[in-house]
Design a protein around this ligand. Structure first.
Ligand SMILES: Cc1cc2nc3c(=O)[nH]c(=O)nc-3n(C[C@H](O)[C@H](O)[C@H](O)COP(=O)(O)OP(=O)(O)OC[C@H]3O[C@@H](n4cnc5c(N)ncnc54)[C@H](O)[C@@H]3O)c2cc1C
Length: 337
């Protein structure tokens, strides 16, 4: 997302951008996402939700996201919902494929080169936007991956080799609980996410751990706790009284049935239903340290945006797409100024 936003903005400013994409398609994790691009209502709320994040970078997102969303719409990106459905946040939901196609059209098809590794060529200005390192983190911690398969930390490695500083906790991530022991195809990442931990008793698979804290509305805290338990797995044990509760457009029962239908381990022990889940990594939260103009601290002429950047959502969760959009645009503007 960040690279496409940066290149589209650069094209608009009269430059000739080149996007070097490692994967065999454009769009990265954005294309797999629910594509709700959102922000907290105020900087104070952002800081409360993400207390370890950099307030300077958070402020830029709060101030610039609405304009950046208007810009996407002005380019023709299709909006599928003009709200987020979450009273804590404001933003819009886009059609991910339509958004990707819109940005590629603005950039110019021939300027988006697939199956190329970005860092192999240094042109006038390099904007790192390789999507953080969820692949590496999931591999190292033996968790499931819930992101594109190419974001393996190449941007972070390149920047730190050149002397860049890092920001945030490199072990912190945003993710979801998925049915354990099941191969989840990437088109099912959203549908099979088990997002009802706050209606469940959460116990480690071996029964030695129990989650007693606040899962947080996004359940980021819960997923990170599960990730530290044996096998990164847990049982979500739900009383029948809670099966009718709604999470967005579905009930808890429907989400559990989706897990069962996919071959997940579901135990019926009336009045309880228990689902075995495993933590998955969607996005790393630590990464490259940038300033408010997307300049990589410690490396002249290098810029970064999106999940390659660390220290925005520390201690909580915020929209990765919003950060990618806002700092992608800023990186292009700064590089061309
Ligand atoms: C299932 C799911 C649902 C989500 N829902 C939401 C949501 O509703 N709202 C939200 O805000 N966020 C959501 N996210 C998170 C969101 O997708 C990310 O925060 C966002 O895509 C990050 O943008 P990015 O540009 O940093 O990374 P990406 O969009 O992943 O783009 C990074 C790109 O870099 C490429 N790349 C990697 N290494 C190299 C290299 N060496 N050279 C060249 N290219 C390279 C990758 O192939 C990829 O195309 C969701 C994610 C998933 C997986």
């Amino acid at each position: 997302m960040a690279g496409l936003a940066a290149a589209a903005r650069a094209r608009e400013l009269g430059a000739e951008p080149l996007v070097l994409e490692k994967g065999d398609r454009a769009g990265g994790s954005m294309l797999l996402s629910s594509c709700v691009i959102w922000r907290y209502r105020s900087l104070e709320a952002f800081q409360e939700e993400c207390p370890d994040g950099d307030p300077g970078l958070q402020r830029v997102i709060v101030e610039q996201l609405d304009g950046a969303i208007d810009w996407l719409e002005s380019l023709g990106a299709p909006v599928v919902d003009h709200g987020t459905g979450n009273p804590r946040t404001v933003g819009k939901r886009f059609d991910p494929a339509g958004l990707m196609q819109t940005l590629v059209r603005v950039i110019g098809d021939s300027s988006v080169r697939l199956s190329e590794r970005g860092q192999t060529r240094l042109i006038k200005a390099n904007i790192l936007s390789t999507g953080g390192f969820p692949v590496r983190l999931a591999r190292r911690r033996r968790l499931l991956l819930r992101a594109n398969p190419w974001s393996d930390g190449d941007g972070l490695d390149l920047a730190t080799k050149r002397g860049a500083e890092t920001a945030g906790d490199l072990d912190e991530f945003y993710g979801r609980a998925l049915p354990a022991g099941v191969h989840v195809d990437e088109e099912d990442y959203v549908r099979l996410s088990q997002l009802y931990g706050h209606f469940a008793e959460v116990i480690s698979e071996d029964g030695t751990e129990r989650f007693e804290g606040d899962p947080g509305w996004s359940e980021t805290a819960l997923v990170q706790a599960i990730a530290r338990w044996p096998g990164g797995r847990a049982w979500y044990r739900v009383h029948e009284d809670k099966l009718g509760e709604r999470i967005r457009e579905r009930t808890v029962r429907e989400i559990i049935e989706a897990a069962r239908g996919a071959g997940g381990t579901v135990r019926d022990e009336p009045p309880y239903t228990s689902v075995l889940v495993q933590a998955s990594v969607t996005q790393t939260l630590g990464g490259i340290h940038i300033d408010e103009r997307a300049r990589v601290l410690g490396v002249e002429g290098l810029y970064a945006a999106g999940a390659d950047v660390g220290g925005i959502s520390g201690g909580g969760y915020s929209s990765g797409l919003a950060a990618a959009l806002v700092f992608g645009r800023i990186a292009a503007e700064t590089a061309l100024s």
